[in-house]
Design a binder for this molecule. Structure first.
Ligand SMILES: C[S@@+](CC[C@H](N)C(=O)[O-])C[C@H]1O[C@@H](n2cnc3c(N)ncnc32)[C@H](O)[C@@H]1O
Length: 458
């Protein structure tokens, strides 16, 4: 409820380990009116899964719940807490395949204690109906017949995404790839860790430490410093690896954007939208103590996080943070650089597998506003590039209108820039026909990301 009504992030439960799990449980206690026992690691994982899953699958779960009521208006007027309890029960039965009678029992008890006796009876009736439909293999399915719009609506329900996203992906990717993308977005996210070479930690050291913790992992095929973990991130956090700056949680798709920048010791690099610093810190670790990354961001709080992490990771000596709106900053013409990275604010449509709530927070209108901002920031960033210098434009979006289209429009406005193909910097799997970097969640099993390397004529 807090995520849906209050905008809290679904990853609060696993981001900082037990501490924040404790905060969330205190919230549960205040709002439901009863105490919960401390959660052990297994329970914490299950709670995280249930929270993430009920958010991801919200549209589909609501469709199921609605179809179990005789009257749609009853569903529409249901009180929010009762609806959440039903969603949890449905998710546990349909997607987690948990023992149905235990699920019914627990959620009936929850409704009785958190609401009232009658609410428990309602949960009992609805969940039992669901169990019986599932047992007979006859769960309702949206009708796929009709025009394009009707089909997109049905797919949006089956795979639980907003209709506008499904329509957009069918337009750009075709139906089959759009479905594969939604399946990826609904799958359990995997994470990568970057060994922090600025603290003298090699990937081999990190692997040794992960073996000690018994965290299953695979080394990255694409980046020397990265290791993939599917489960066990909690153990890594609790062991203090992040706090001590030994490694960072960073997706390889973001690491490859840094490969496109190709930072070298001694260089001065401007990172125009830097906070909370994932790419700044990785670039800084490439400098080996020589050179500087100027990290600009409009958000003071996020810049503070960047500064703190830089200290922990031992790269604060090669980072200068600048709190400003990039567009205002470039007016003063204080800085010119050989390398400029603009990791622009974007829709985040490439990272929906990691951010369970993000799909429901975005609207098509936001995309139009973002495109204008991206154009303005690109124009501003280009002012910082010396003749002969490089501008890298990147996003964590898979949408062509935020990616290739923004670059093409920029090149029309700035004929002194041209595309420098990225095949020299990243593996061939990630190079598009126009010489851009693109990480495709469906093909590369990583977050979606894009980068273009543009060179200014001298
Ligand atoms: C995609 S995030 C950057 C992520 C970061 N590069 C990383 O790797 O961790 C975009 C950032 O742009 C910043 N931003 C948005 N508008 C801005 C502006 N006008 N000037 C400077 N920064 C801005 C936001 O505060 C946000 O931190």
């Amino acid at each position: 409820m807090r995520i849906e009504l209050g905008g809290a992030f679904a990853d609060l439960l696993n981001e900082k380990g037990k501490g924040s799990g404790g905060n969330e449980m205190a919230y549960v206690e205040r709002s439901l009116g009863f105490r919960t026992h401390d959660l052990d690691d297994r329970d914490l994982r299950l709670v995280t899964d249930i929270v993430g899953g009920t958010i991801r699958w919200r549209r589909y779960l609501d469709y199921l719940i609605c179809s179990l009521f005789h009257d749609e208006s009853m569903f529409r007027s249901m009180e929010p807490l009762l609806l959440q309890i039903l969603r949890i029960g449905c998710y546990e039965i349909v997607k987690l395949d948990m023992p149905p009678y235990a699920v019914v029992d627990e959620n009936v008890r929850l409704a009785k204690v958190a609401l009232r006796h009658g609410a428990g009876n309602m949960v009992n009736a609805i969940l039992r109906k669901l169990v019986s439909l599932k047992d007979r293999n006859s769960l309702p399915l949206p009708n796929m017949e009709g025009n394009d719009r009707a089909q997109a609506r049905a797919l949006a329900t089956i795979y639980s995404h907003p209709v506008w996203m499904v329509r957009r992906w069918i337009k750009y990717l075709g139906q089959e790839r759009a479905i594969r993308l939604m399946v990826w977005n609904n799958s359990d996210p995997s994470f990568s860790l970057r060994a922090n070479c600025a603290k003298g930690i090699t990937r081999a050291d990190l692997v040794t430490q992960l073996n000690v913790l018994k965290v299953p992992h695979e080394v990255s095929l694409h980046l020397d410093d990265f290791v993939r973990v599917k489960t066990g991130l909690q153990a890594v956090i609790q062991a203090g690896f992040l706090k001590e700056g030994l490694c960072s949680v960073q997706d390889e798709s973001a690491g490859l954007v840094v490969s496109v920048v190709d930072p070298q010791p001694g260089e001065n690099i401007v990172d125009c939208c830097a906070a909370p610093g994932g790419k700044t810190l990785y670039m800084a670790s490439h400098l080996k103590g020589q050179g500087m990354v100027y990290a600009i961001d409009i958000n003071k709080g996020r810049l503070r996080i960047l500064n703190e992490t830089a200290k922990r990771q031992n790269v604060d000596g090669v980072i200068t943070t600048i709190h400003n709106d990039l567009r205002a900053f470039v007016d003063k013409k204080l800085l010119k650089s050989d390398k400029v990275l603009l990791d622009a604010p974007c829709s985040g449509l490439g990272v929906l597998s990691k951010r369970a709530d993000l799909r429901w927070n975005k609207r098509l209108e936001d995309l139009e506003q973002l495109k204008n901002l991206q154009d303005e920031l690109l124009d501003a960033a280009s002012i910082l590039v010396k003749p002969g210098g490089v501008l890298v434009y990147s996003t964590c979006s898979i949408d062509p209108e935020e990616n290739e289209e923004r670059v093409q429009a920029f090149l029309l406005r700035h004929p002194d820039f041209s595309v420098d193909p990225v095949d020299k910097y990243v593996p061939a799997d990630f190079v598009t026909e126009h010489g851009f970097y693109f990480s495709d969640p469906v093909e590369n099993s990583l977050d979606g990301a894009f980068a273009a390397r543009l060179v200014r004529g001298s």
